[in-house]
Design a protein around this ligand. Sequence first.
Ligand SMILES: C[S@@+](CC[C@H](N)C(=O)[O-])C[C@H]1O[C@@H](n2cnc3c(N)ncnc32)[C@H](O)[C@@H]1O
Length: 289
Amino acid sequence: MSDFQSEQALDAENFQAIAELAYQESGLRLLAEKKSMIQSRLRKRLKVLGYSDFSRYARHVCSDAGREERRYMISALTTNVSHFFREIHHFEYLKAEIAPALISALNAGKRVRIWSAGCSNGQEAYSLAMLFSELFPTVFESDFRILATDIDPNVVAFARTAEYPERLINGVPSVMLSKYFRKASGSSEVLYTVDSKIARLVTFRELNLLSDWPMRQQFDVIFCRNVVIYFDSETQDTLWPRFHSVLKPDGLLFLGHSERISQPEQTGFQNCGPTTYRSAGITRNTPGY
Ligand SMILES: C[S@@+](CC[C@H](N)C(=O)[O-])C[C@H]1O[C@@H](n2cnc3c(N)ncnc32)[C@H](O)[C@@H]1O
């Protein structure tokens, strides 16, 4: 039996060191009850590095020399589940309540920017690009762009390829599938490639939401869904004013189905729909909420 196969367990001391590091680096809270899942995810990193035990891994990843490995450790620990047009009510709200004004702005030659923060494999960002193409067929000639960011270098690299195996294509309506994807047989599975015009609307970048944000322009809409659920409430509360500062007045912030801004009015937001927040500014007459 090799050293690796002996599968030494992640003991409490190393778990603690890794949990503290993950929290500092990314805001992720590693719960003790999830230890066996965390252990099995990290074993893959031990294997890549050729380490036989978690003590050596923990020492390395916590050291200055472990800087690069910290990115891959966070990648191994994050949950990247996503699908196209996830939580469809947000896309419907966008279409009904804000897209008409954004399209008028684009028609008037103005800039429109959307941010998919915590974009995972890119399905959310490409869904937004397809939605705008449907609503405004000349979007490709307008000043419309989507920024899509994630802390995980692996998902960012995957999203940039714009190629999805069949199992990740869930949620795309069949009309859009034939209109916006090219189907090709890969070596082992069928691949769907996003149309290049749609893909060019989206820019993918690696970005840790807890670090500095280099963006200088404000956004009309931010999707940050199913990301802050992995953070504790203190970390979440540091993000709301930051999102507010990069949203245009009256801009929209969409969160995931189990995420909430605890006291929206204190951070300049107004709840205007299920997990939907409007940055305080020009008051709209939005019926219904
Ligand atoms: C469950 S996915 C959500 C994907 C998409 N927004 C959706 O709702 O389908 C959560 C994503 O958040 C990313 N994430 C976790 N912590 C992050 C951080 N500190 N900064 C940026 N992204 C982070 C993960 O890498 C992961 O891809």
